[in-house]
Design a protein around this ligand. Sequence first.
Ligand code: CO
Ligand code: CO
Length: 345
Amino acid sequence: MDTAGIRLTQLSTCAGCAAKLGANELRAVLAQLPAPPPDPKVLVGYETGDDAGVYALNDQIALVQTVDFFTPIVDDPFDFGRIAATNALSDVYAMGGQPLTALNIVAFPEDLDLAVLARILAGGADVARRAGVAILGGHTIKDREPKYGMAVTGIVEHHRYTSNGAAFPGNVLVLTKPLGTGILTTARKRDVISDGDLTEAIAWMTMLNEGAARTLWECGRRAVTDVTGFGLLGHAGRLAEASGVALEIEAAAVPFMNRTLDLIRDGIVPGGTRNNAETHAAFTTFASGVDHAVRIALSDAQTSGGLLATIPDWAVEDFVTNLPSDAGVAAVIGRVGSGSGISVV
Ligand code: CO
Ligand code: CO
């Protein structure tokens, strides 16, 4: 089967299609829905903007459900499949759950070689195997551009699930993957960098958040979310709002992938990241010394990003020591205070 020579990222018919709908637009739509009938089994619903829904099966175990799919952000179909699957599983880990089963969600152009689809699905299956997740089926439609992702079901014990809303003043803010996937994949799509320059980003995007979630649990984690389309500041902002706290982020402590800041200085900024930065300005203040490229990078729309979590200050040393190197970076990037909003210093 030969899929070489096809540049998946060039098939996109619309520059903005791959981007998530903005947080504010989405909120406006959800606000128009009638309030769901009260159901004590719904432990976490869509109202809180959490990573996944949580539904009690009995008084010990709850279901965790999430879905995510998008257009190709890399050219290699196998890598695209791996990234989309890793990203889809991430929301279950962010809630503290264990993913069990998945359904593939596929859109595929009529005139594109089916070998490409086989490679995308093989990539997804590879990640599912690694995560111990059974793929039970899926659904495929014809579409002008390819899209792939998964609906994922997991379980969690009641005492073990967490959310955006559990951060406390005095907690320490940690991040488990460097930022830059939006900038780097956009630079590749525009032929500013080579496939080789994307290797680091692909390695991060295909790293499961399972190990990081486990270490965070062992370190008494409070609030946890994963960093995806709304960028670090967007997800941090939701966490701060849901918890009723303020966050202070130390810009110099935030890890970035190689070349990310240089590419921003060269003008490589995806539309979604620019929109994010405008939205984030409403709740973020920057100290005057914070570099312009860093400000943009903190809003960069991530795919399959790391976990952003708050842990008690007594657990920081344990977290830094115990996070396995194949589970992420243990970046200590700030603190939780009382009040609201984010200050970047
Ligand atoms: Co998420
Ligand atoms: Co998601």
